[in-house]
Design a protein around this ligand. Structure first.
Ligand SMILES: [Zn+2]
Length: 148
């Protein structure tokens, strides 16, 4: 996938794992989940074609990204069938880019969970009720316990 370095995220999680093993007072990682759009979805018409979602840790002063992803509805390659490695489209044209907020959250939480390196203590987001609901459902489904 374009522009996202999965290896670096794993390194960052390994670093946090070390920090928490050295400092027993820290029991779990505080994180923040944020989404940016290429242009803001607004009033009925949805202009954004891209979103960028990241989970950033707030346990150390370094504020390391521990997971990130791009949802891109648009591919500029001429004659592209959207099946090749070089294709930059990572998200279905039929799905709303606003909904990527939630699908990327689930995807990134899955990445962190399956890597198994760190335990999440909290995942804060903006005041979006949609994301609060998504987090509640994710926790229930995966039997996890973190605050948000
Ligand atoms: Zn393409």
């Amino acid at each position: 996938m374009a522009a996202v370095n999965e290896r670096q995220f794993i390194k960052n999680q390994e670093y946090l794992r070390q920090v928490t093993s050295l400092l027993p007072a820290i029991s779990g990682i505080y994180t923040q989940y944020d989404v940016s759009y290429s242009s803001r979805p607004q009033g009925g018409s949805e202009k954004a074609q891209q979103s960028f979602a990241a989970i950033i840790e707030h346990t150390t002063t370094r504020k390391l990204p521990i997971a990130a992803a791009v949802a891109n509805r648009h591919c500029r390659r001429k004659g592209c069938d959207h099946r090749q490695d070089k294709c930059r489209k990572t998200y279905s044209s039929e799905k709303s880019i606003a909904a990527s907020e939630r699908s990327l959250l689930n995807e990134k939480l899955n990445n962190v969970r399956t890597a198994g390196l760190i335990t999440l203590r909290s995942v804060t987001t903006d005041a979006s009720t949609q994301l609060a609901k998504a987090l509640r459902e994710y926790k229930a489904e995966k039997n996890m316990n973190f605050s948000h």
